[in-house]
Design a protein around this ligand. Sequence first.
Ligand code: ARG
Length: 470
Amino acid sequence: MAAQRSPTGAPPAAGKPWSGRFSEPVSDLVKRFTASVSFDQRLAEFDIDGSIAHARMLQAAGIIAADDLVAIEGGLAQIRGEIRAGTFVWSLDLEDVHLNIEKRLTDLVGDAGKRLHTARSRNDQVATDIRLYLRAAIDHIVHQIRALQGALLDLAEQHADTVMPGFTHLQVAQPVTFAHHLMAYYEMLARDASRYADCRKRVNRLPLGAAALAGTSYPIDRLMVAKLLEFDGVCENSLDAVSDRDFAIEFCACASLTMTHLSRCCEELILWMSPRYAFIDIADRFCTGSSIMPQKKNPDVAELIRGKTGRVNGHLVALLTLMKGQPLAYNKDNQEDKEPLFDAIDTVSTSLAVFAEMVPGISVNRDAMRAAAAQGFATATDLADYLVRKGLPFREAHEVVAQAVRFCAGRHCDLADLALPELQQFSRLIGEDAYAALTLEGALNARSHIGGTAPARVKSAIAKARKALK
Ligand code: ARG
């Protein structure tokens, strides 16, 4: 038997703003499968901001009346209040954040609410909401990066003279200062911040006005809406405006790099906290114990940040894959952009927050760092450089020192432990003054050019960074 029809012909059970041409409602399973309200409700306030700007433009362009605008703004203000208070009732039947808010608005203010969607589609609406949301997220993340950079500078300032081994291939290579090592991460984060700022330029373009895909027949003023929403400009092609999510992909690439940087640093903290290194300790409030091994203190926070990098990388690949097969213009596939994007934002943001809090909880074992630097022939290159200064070609100097290192390794001693005649077996060019080149401080101070590890140079790098952060 045919379902009973309402006067407009829509089946009563369908009840969606788009269901007029359908003869039966979607099945419960499909309703749950296609709904996005459970995750896109976090766009709500941006959806409201977008709607207010759109309504103001509609009124200014003579498309809706002034009293409609008053009613719409009043209704949306009330809805914002309900959402903030947690009293707004979200309905799965209403599919997504946009239809939920529109329905509530219509319940509150009647026909004016029904006029809001004039010259607009959910396609340009959702693209606008995501961009507004992401713009705010980027601003927050950049702020967090700067806070973390500040924390690294605080720690670096205390360790401009703290010697540690610098590693290549995880083998002791040359001495560096701990401050210099920390400043490497400062630099990575500085590039991250500038990458987000660059990404933001492409995020900050207004899709509204593209409507479903082709634009709209109403005399809209897109520039006015862009200005109201503080966009830098409008998306120049309506098909592109509603369909591409490259800005979200780009953000995820930025987020992946930030996580990669944090992860590398976490990896080092984890190694350094191991008793095999004992370079640092991390305050108890950032560590956890083991329920079976009473002696354990584990650097869980650092491990989790390292682990969470994987999911952000995954979100980047998810979004790239989501996009790659889509014909123009909007496809429902794009509803899948939100969860990866939101989770990438959440993950990078909480990781930055907890990392910044953990940095002041790092205590440094200067003696262990110094002892490790003193053990691994970290100044061998300096002896080679000394021989070069005495006139030996570098390749030969390298060979001479390699022989000396081999000799020391057999004796379990360091180069500086050899008496002068012993050193001179390897080259007659070696004199008493070679010992100065073999000290850790000598090696550090010798590298005083821009970007080098000499304490004086690192101190000025820190000062410069401080200024840049202000
Ligand atoms: N929830 C949808 C999304 O996230 C909103 C746009 C839906 N548009 C449409 N024509 N079905 O993409």
